[in-house]
Ligand binder design. Structure first.
Ligand SMILES: [Zn+2]
Length: 477
């Protein structure tokens, strides 16, 4: 009997606002615990929430990017539950009237429908003591940070598809600067609803919610584990319980957390302290005008406009700042293939090595254009170019300055190279002899010697030409 998994995701994204959802506390990550709090986000009596306009605009932006229907009137609701990280004992969320519905995002295996996008506030963070006792600490800095929840249709069919979906989603959200989507800092978190059914069956199996998926790796591993677990139960003729399970990263298993709550457990009701969220066409159009070209579209344009391969275009458009960097450099030196090579090769390696961002490091697009041009015009060798790039990254000085000061300019005149070639021939009789008798391999060795003497500055084409000319000379004599 063959089974297939059905997966739906609930993705929580912390929005890139300066202040919290309903108060003016800062959202900056990493501050000392409980220093970014006020009576509103601590849920003290008598306070009133005020909606963050920027958070609404960012959610509208996401809704537009995914082709959702945006509601002209949506409403905040109270979701009540008791947990120590929730100071008010309720979370302000959206329930029956979400901001947006019915979008989609395309992955390799097809279009994945989005059920809804809504706004809510984050809870505080519990820190469980690992040593010296049995206690937990609460940091309310996170309480009230604007969250956007994106819920997919149960349309994903494998852990790989789920990971690809999340990667694509993250890419779009980062392009539009809706969120930094840092999984390490918890600004992109995900729960998954997983069920398994016999292939060909129409109704869905009993679904289990898996929480605590904090990396792409844990999404893949947790889903694989959970699909195996449910399939095994079905094969053994056992029942699957509807429940919420927690991914235990250390033990690499999902564990029962609690029985599944029903919506009525949360006693949702409209938030009495906030008016319905009314959006006019102008509100939406204003946000629409801020949309930038999305990664898929940009990738296709890179292939058509710059004649890049699909692979090159994929790499260069993966992050907006890399794509912007490439396009700026290309405007200064219209050799897209050559620049793509530098950016994807040496520059990417150096930036990674120094743990820098390509958009914020000393080798500006204009410096890279200058360097690539010098190599192509034969002023320096490609090998020397690599050193210049490293030097430019370390010192922030322009490639032209580095080249002139370090005397790296390529030696490409016969007058200078001829004596060096002769010297090498005299000093390496055996190799020269081999080469004269047709061993082409010896040519590489001789060229290497010339390079060594010129500290890599000799123009390789000219060196080869000179050595060959000498061979002909000898044979003619
Ligand atoms: Zn506050």
């Amino acid at each position: 009997m063959d089974f297939e998994p059905v997966i739906g995701l609930e993705v929580h994204v912390e929005l890139a606002t300066q202040s919290k959802m309903f108060c003016s506390c800062s959202t900056a990550f990493g501050a000392p615990p409980n220093t970014q709090v006020c009576p509103v986000c601590l849920g003290l009596p008598g306070v009133l929430p005020v909606t963050n306009r920027q958070a609404i605009n960012l959610a509208i932006k996401a809704a537009l990017a995914f082709g959702c229907k945006i509601s002209s009137s949506s409403r905040f609701a109270r979701k009540s539950y008791f947990y120590p990280d929730l100071p008010k004992n309720y979370q302000i969320s959206q329930y029956e009237e979400p901001l947006a519905t019915e979008g989609s995002l395309e992955i390799a295996s097809g279009e994945i429908g989005l059920r809804r996008i809504h706004l809510e506030e984050d809870a505080g963070k519990l820190i469980h003591a690992e040593r010296n006792g049995d206690f937990s600490l609460i940091d309310f800095n996170r309480a009230g940070i604007p969250l956007m929840e994106i819920v997919t249709q149960p349309a994903l069919r494998s852990p790989e598809d789920a990971v690809e979906f999340l990667q694509k989603l993250r890419q779009v959200l980062r392009y539009l600067e809706i969120s930094d989507c840092s999984m390490e800092e918890g600004s992109l978190r995900c729960d998954a609803n997983v069920s398994v059914r016999k292939i060909g069956e129409q109704i869905l199996g009993t679904k289990v919610e898996v929480k605590n998926l904090n990396s792409f790796r844990s999404v893949r591993k947790a889903l694989t584990f959970e699909i195996d677990r449910q399939t095994r139960l079905l094969l053994e003729g056992k029942e699957i319980f509807q429940e919420t399970r927690l991914w235990n990263e250390n033990r690499a298993v999902t564990e029962t957390m609690r029985g599944k709550e029903e919506a009525h457990d949360y006693r949702y009701f409209p938030e009495p302290d906030l008016r319905p969220l009314m959006l006019t066409q102008e509100d939406v159009d204003r946000v629409r005008s801020e949309l930038v070209e999305l990664p898929e579209v940009r990738k296709k344009r890179f292939i058509a406009e710059y004649h890049l391969s699909s692979y090159e275009a994929t790499v260069l458009t993966a992050e907006k700042e890399v794509a912007d960097y490439f396009e700026t450099a290309t405007k200064l030196y219209p050799q897209p293939k050559i620049l793509a090579n530098w950016i994807m090769g040496e520059l990417a390696a150096l930036v990674r090595e120094e743990k820098l961002d390509i958009g914020n490091q000393p080798v500006t697009p204009s410096f890279l254009a200058e360097l690539a041009k010098m190599v192509e015009n034969g002023i320096i060798t490609r090998l020397a170019g690599k050193d210049v790039l490293r030097e430019c990254l370390k010192t922030g000085r322009s490639p032209a300055t580095i080249v002139s000061e370090a005397e790296l300019a390529q030696v490409a005149d016969r007058g200078s190279l001829e004596p060096i070639v002769l010297e090498v021939i005299t000093e390496n009789k055996k190799a020269w002899n081999d080469f004269q008798h047709g061993t082409e391999k010896a040519l590489g060795f001789l060229m290497g010697q010339v390079m060594r003497k010129t500290k890599g500055r000799a123009n390789p084409k000219l060196v080869e030409q000179l050595i060959r000319e000498h061979r002909h000379g000898k044979q003619e004599n």
